[in-house]
Ligand binder design. Structure first.
Ligand code: ASP
Length: 613
C-alpha cells in the first residue's frame, strides 16, 4: 500500500496513529539535526519531521523540490501550529521513507504566487496543474459538471454521445477537417456543435437529450476563445419557448446553488433584443447596474415603435446635426470631473477599438447649473431638457456620442461598461441573469463571407431556428432578394423575429438556443432564404430534411458555453484558466507543440500531396 491517508487529511484526532503518506516535496527546511519537509498532493499539504537518525539518510539521499516521496511515521501534535492549512495542528514524526521518484528542478515554483510566466507555465502545463490556483479552477469545473448532470438526470434528460467525425454543421464558423484514409480525397468535418444530431435524436423520440461535449470551430482567435471548447448541449421535444426558459433557468440556478451556495430565487429577467439594443446598445447587457442609454436621435426604421425626441438636440451644432444616431448616458456622481479626466475619456472613445471621433458631455452641477462641451450651441434651458430626458441627477456627468447607428451604439455600450467598471458597479460576486429574446432571424452579410457571396441573408443563430409563429408569413410572402444594398434594414426580412433566446450572465452570453423548424417546407424555405439552391441544401442537409418526413416532433433546445460559465463563476476573465490543457492565442498547444507537420508516409497513406501556397 502506497499510502494510508492523503496529505490533506490528518487532524489532531489522528494523534499517535502510524500513517503513511505519499506525495510531492514542496519544501525542505533543515534545522541542524532535524529536517522539516512539506509534502503535497491533490488534497493538501502535511508537515513531516525527520529526526536525527533519518537526517543522516537524508544527507545520503537528498530530497529536492517535486521529488515523489513516501513516508511512514507517527502523527504528533505540533508545538507551533499553522492556522493557514487544514493539517496545521499536526506533523508526522517520520520513521522510514522512500524516494519513489526524483524530479528535475521545476522551471517555476509550484506555489500560489508562482514566478513562472504564462508561456512557461503553458509549456509545462502538467506542473502548472499541480498549483492550487489551477487545481481549484478544475475542481470548480468538475462541480459545475456534476451539478448540471444531476439536474438534467433528475429531469429525465439522457446523455447520448454523438460522433466527432461528421459532415459540416452550420454554426457560422469554419470547420476543422480531417482527411479520410479509407475514402481518399474525402474529408470529415469536426462538429461545430452536435446541432443536427440532437435534432435527429428528437425525431427518434429521445425527447430530452443532453451532452457535455466538445465543439470545434476554426475561428480567428479573438480574445479568450479556444478552437475546441465545451458546451452543455441540450434538446427537448414537445416544448415551447416558455418550457425551455423555465427548464434551463432551473439548471443555472441549480449550478449557482451547488457550486456557489447562492440561492437565486428571483425570476430571471427577460428583455427583447430590441430593448437590449435600445437601452444598452448591446445584445448581452450587464444589468448589474443601470446607466441606461438615452436615445436622443436614432433611425426610426430600426426602432419603429420608439418615440423620437431629436428636437431636444436641434441646433447649429454640426456634430449632432450630421449624425444618424446621438446617444447619451448619465454617469452618476461624476459632474466634478476635471478637464484632464474628460480629456482622458475623449481619448478613450477615440481609441481604434472604439472608433469614435469625439465625445460630448454635460456636467449637471450640484448647484443646479449645467455646463457642456458644446455650450456655444445650447442654452442652459436646453441642456436641462437633455438632462431630464437622460434621467440625470444633480452631480451626474452626461456623456454623449454621435455618429452612424451601428458604431455609435456599440461605442456607447462599451463606454457604459467602462464607466460601470470604473465606478465599481460591476461587482465580482454579484450574479445577474437575463434572458434576451426575440432576436432578428436574419443578419445581412454585406461583405463576402465564407465564399457565399456578398449581399445576402445569413442566419443569426443557425438555419434550423424557427421564426416566431407570427412572423412566418413574412418569410412565406416575401422574396428574400435585397434590391438596394444600402437599405437592407428596410427589407421585410430584417424584421422577422426568431423564436430564439440567449442567456446572459453579468454581460456575458453564457447560452443560446431556439425553437426549431420541424417541417420540411419551412426548412426548405429557410435554406432558400439563405441563398442555397435545392441541390446545395439537399447535398448538405438532405439527411435532416429526409428525417423531417418521418414524424418530426416540435422541438427546441439550447447550449451553454461550459468553459465560460466556469470562468465567470470562478471570477476570472479567462476561460483558459478553467481548461486542463488549453491552447494559446494562436491556437497552439505549446506543450505538445501542436499543430505540427506530419510525415510523408502519412501523406502517402492519405494520398495527399502537400502544395502550400
Ligand atoms: N447549436 C447551437 C450553438 O452551438 C445551440 C443551440 O441552438 O442549441 O450555438
Amino acid at each position: 500500500m502506497y499510502r494510508t491517508h492523503t496529505c490533506g487529511e490528518l487532524r489532531i484526532e489522528n494523534k499517535n496513529e502510524t500513517v503513511t503518506l505519499a506525495g510531492w516535496v514542496q519544501t525542505v527546511r533543515k534545522f541542524g539535526a532535524i529536517t522539516f519537509v512539506d509534502i503535497r498532493d491533490r488534497y493538501g499539504i502535511t508537515q513531516l519531521l525527520f529526526g536525527e537518525e533519518l537526517n543522516k539518510q537524508l544527507d545520503e539521499n537528498p530530497l529536492g523540490r517535486e521529488f515523489v516521496l513516501q513516508a511512514t511515521g507517527i502523527v504528533n501534535e505540533r508545538s507551533n501550529k499553522n492556522k493557514n492549512i487544514a493539517t496545521g495542528d499536526v506533523e508526522i514524526n517520520i520513521q522510514s521513507f522512500k524516494i519513489l521518484n526524483k524530479s528535475e528542478v521545476p522551471p517555476f515554483t509550484i506555489q500560489d504566487d508562482t514566478d513562472g510566466g504564462d508561456d512557461l507555465r503553458m509549456k509545462y502545463r502538467f506542473l502548472d496543474l499541480r498549483r492550487n490556483a489551477v487545481k481549484r479552477n478544475l475542481e470548480l469545473r468538475y462541480a459545475v459538471n456534476r451539478s448540471a448532470r444531476n439536474y438534467l438526470h433528475e429531469n429525465n434528460f439522457m446523455d447520448i454521445e454523438t460522433p466527432f467525425l461528421i459532415k459540416s454543421t452550420p454554426e457560422g464558423a469554419r470547420d476543422f477537417v480531417v482527411p479520410s484514409r479509407m475514402n481518399a480525397g474525402q474529408f470529415y468535418a469536426l462538429p461545430q456543435s452536435p446541432q443536427t444530431f440532437k435534432q435527429l435524436l428528437m425525431v427518434s423520440g429521445y425527447d430530452r437529450y443532453y451532452q457535455i461535449v466538445k465543439c470545434f470551430r476554426d475561428e480567428d482567435l479573438r480574445a479568450d476563445r479556444q478552437p475546441e471548447f465545451t458546451q452543455i448541449d441540450c434538446e427537448m421535444s414537445f416544448v415551447e419557448q416558455e418550457d425551455i426558459l423555465n427548464m434551463f433557468e432551473g439548471l443555472i440556478k441549480r449550478i449557482f446553488k451547488d457550486v456557489k451556495g447562492i440561492d437565486y430565487t428571483e425570476k430571471v429577467e427577460r428583455m427583447s433584443w430590441e430593448e437590449a439594443m435600445w437601452q444598452y446598445g448591446n445584445d448581452k447587457p450587464d444589468i448589474r447596474f443601470g446607466m441606461k442609454i438615452c436615445n436622443l436621435k436614432f433611425p426610426q426604421y430600426i426602432f419603429p415603435t420608439k418615440e423620437n425626441i431629436s428636437s431636444l438636440i436641434e441646433s447649429e451644432f454640426a456634430v449632432f446635426n450630421d449624425a444618424e444616431t446621438v446617444v447619451a448616458i448619465a454617469v452618476p456622481g461624476c459632474s466634478e470631473y476635471s478637464r484632464k479626466q474628460t480629456d482622458e475619456l475623449i481619448e478613450w472613445v477615440k481609441r481604434p477599438q472604439i472608433g469614435m471621433k469625439g465625445l460630448a458631455f454635460i456636467k449637471c452641477n450640484n448647484d443646479g447649473t449645467y455646463k457642456s462641451s458644446f455650450d456655444k450651441f445650447f442654452t442652459e434651458e436646453k441642456l436641462k431638457a437633455i438632462a431630464t430626458a437622460a434621467h440625470a441627477q444633480q452631480g451626474d456627468l452626461i456623456l454623449i456620442l454621435a455618429g452612424t447607428e451601428e458604431r455609435t451604439r456599440k461605442a456607447m455600450s462599451e463606454l457604459r461598461l467602462e464607466m460601470g467598471k470604473r465606478l465599481g458597479l460591476r461587482k465580482e460576486n454579484e450574479f445577474k441573469l437575463l434572458w434576451v429574446l426575440d432576436f432578428p432571424l436574419f443578419e445581412f452579410a454585406l461583405e463576402d463571407q465564407d465564399g457565399g457571396g456578398a449581399g445576402r441573408w445569413v442566419a443569426r443563430h443557425h438555419p434550423f431556428t424557427s421564426p416566431k409563429p407570427s412572423d412566418i408569413h413574412i418569410m412565406i410572402n416575401n422574396n428574400p432578394k435585397v434590391e438596394d444594398l444600402d437599405k437592407y434594414l428596410e427589407h421585410p426580412y430584417a424584421n422577422i423575429k426568431a423564436n430564439a433566446y440567449d442567456m446572459v450572465l453579468n454581460g456575458n452570453e453564457i447560452g443560446g438556443g431556439s425553437i426549431r423548424i420541424f417541417q420540411r417546407e419551412l426548412q426548405e424555405k429557410m435554406f432558400a432564404a439563405l441563398g442555397m439552391d435545392k441541390e446545395e441544401y439537399q447535398h448538405k442537409f438532405g439527411f435532416l430534411l429526409g428525417a423531417f418526413e418521418y414524424g418530426a416532433p416540435p422541438h427546441g433546445g439550447i447550449a451553454f458555453g461550459f468553459d465560460r460559465l466556469c470562468s465567470i463563476l470562478g471570477g476570472s476573465e479567462s476561460i483558459r484558466d478553467f481548461i486542463a490543457f488549453p491552447k494559446n492565442n494562436s491556437g497552439r498547444d505549446v506543450m505538445l507543440d501542436a499543430p505540427s507537420e506530419i510525415n510523408t508516409k502519412q501523406f502517402d497513406e492519405l494520398q495527399i500531396k502537400l502544395n502550400l501556397k
